[in-house]
Design a protein around this ligand. Structure first.
Ligand code: ZN
Length: 446
């Protein structure tokens, strides 16, 4: 099991390494190339919307493509070179070709004095500007000189593109998995999420799940806004959702609740983390962060949380060249994928049952049920789980409710329910109350 998990971690890390050199941004060839590589792993449809299209209060930006960029000294040497790191150019910089003294150039140079060897990551998405990012050491070594500055980029009417992997299940109700694809060579904040979401989609596509799954690979903010604008009619199918980001570092797991705060997805993730054997943190929803901000805007209020490890901004390497292939490690990716799969297991198997013999406890020993679960060490817990399931299965408590109340891993409670069903002591409730409540909520907002 552990070696299988390690090899999955290695595979995801290799995937991150393959995507690492590509210069991604909100738009442009880097995103297309990234989607092409993801599409090699899973069935992925590429969707697009034209620059200038209004999406709610926003306008789809022009497409940015970059070929080369550098700062050359008077000897003609590249002292800053885009070909060495795509972080050197402020993303969405307008094209520049000029000569200038250091004093004139300096307002366009960004560095991190606190981490003099690291290159920062900067963007200028929504204002026309240009700039270069470089290590503070390199910046402080630049002599006064006449520099040749070149950003060979284009900003033209084009398309915003994103990838969508739809995995049909038994029901049209959907689980939304969303990750952003707009960062250049940054591993934890961006590529780790892409790797885990791709692998998760691959595993789901090999099954016939109960829910349908929609995995989105979108540019941050404008991508989710465009997706919501173009899919407004179908969002009511979304029963649960998670934003995948920062899942490759060694930090503890962090779950940011949906705006609703107590949706089934919130309960499911917290139940998984509680029994996963790692320290973890739960955050209440706040209107900042990743695309959960859009999914949880009040006009949608979708049950979408964000399961990550170290949150954005909380690790020093965040948005710098130190968020690299060493920060992200195979085993951390593998652990993150495992948590996501456990959450999927809860969502897939969370049902509500009715005890067919509710007057006093049925005699379990006579039916051999006391022996039918697990090994010796697990037997006591399995027996207790059966008693919990029998007691609370009145049509008003789902298996997840029961696992939470009994403070047991979901799988133990689910196994107990399976055994009880086999002996006719439990049957599925005619109406899934939990789902109905979700449906009611959706009806109220649409
Ligand atoms: Zn970021």
């Amino acid at each position: 099991m552990d070696s299988a998990r390690n090899s999955v971690g290695e595979e995801m890390h290799r995937f991150v390494a393959e995507l690492y050199p590509i210069c991604r941004s909100l738009t442009g060839q880097g995103v297309r190339e990234t989607l092409r590589i993801i599409g090699r792993e899973i069935p992925l449809e590429q969707r697009e919307v034209a620059s200038g299209t209004r999406v709610f209060d926003w306008v789809v930006p022009r497409e940015w493509n970059i070929r080369d960029a550098y700062i050359k000294n008077s000897a003609g040497e590249r002292v800053v070179d885009f070909r060495k790191s795509n972080l050197h150019v402020v993303s969405y910089s307008v094209p520049v070709k000029a000569r200038m003294r250091l004093a004139e150039l300096k307002p366009h140079l960004y560095s991190l004095p606190a981490h003099p060897e690291w290159i920062p990551y900067r963007t200028t998405y929504y204002s026309e500007d240009w700039g270069f990012c470089l290590s503070h050491r390199r910046l402080s070594e630049l002599p006064d000189d006449e520099y040749e500055v070149c950003i060979d980029a284009s900003l033209t009417d084009g398309k915003l593109v994103w990838g969508e992997c739809y995995i049909p299940g038994e029901h049209v109700e959907e689980v939304l998995i969303s990750c952003h694809v707009c960062h250049p060579s940054l591993c934890n904040d961006n590529l780790s999420g892409i790797a885990v979401a791709t692998r998760l989609a691959k595993e789901l596509a090999a099954r016939k799940p109960r829910y349908s799954y929609r995995v989105l690979f979108i540019p941050g903010t404008i991508g989710s806004i465009a997706w919501l604008a173009l899919n407004e009619k179908q969002v009511q199918r979304i029963r649960h959702g998670l934003v995948v980001t920062c899942v490759g570092d060694g930090g503890r797991f962090t779950y940011k609740r949906s705006r609703r705060g107590n949706a089934e997805i919130d309960q499911a993730v917290e139940q998984v983390l509680r029994h996963a054997g790692f320290a973890y943190t739960v955050q209440e929803f706040f209107p900042y962060g990743y695309d959960e901000r859009q999914y949880c805007s009040p006009g949608f209020d979708l049950p979408v949380g964000c399961l990550m490890r170290s949150p954005h901004g909380s690790f020093p390497e965040y948005h710098t060249s130190a968020d690299n292939l060493e920060l992200v490690q195979p085993r951390y990716l593998a652990e993150s994928l495992a948590r996501y799969l456990e959450v999927v297991e809860v969502l897939e198997h969370n049902r509500t049952y009715v005890n067919t013999q509710p007057k006093c406890e049925p005699q379990l020993g006579r039916r051999g049920l006391y022996q039918s679960i697990g090994g010796d060490s697990d037997a006591a817990r399995g027996n207790l789980a059966m008693l919990w399931v029998l007691n609370l299965s009145d049509g008003g408590h789902s298996l997840l409710d029961i696992a939470r109340r009994a403070d047991m891993p979901f799988g133990v409670v689910r196994n107990a329910a399976t055994a009880l069903c086999r002996h006719g002591l439990l049957r599925e409730a005619p109406q899934d109350t939990a789902l109905n409540q979700e449906a009611l909520h959706v009806a109220q907002i649409t």
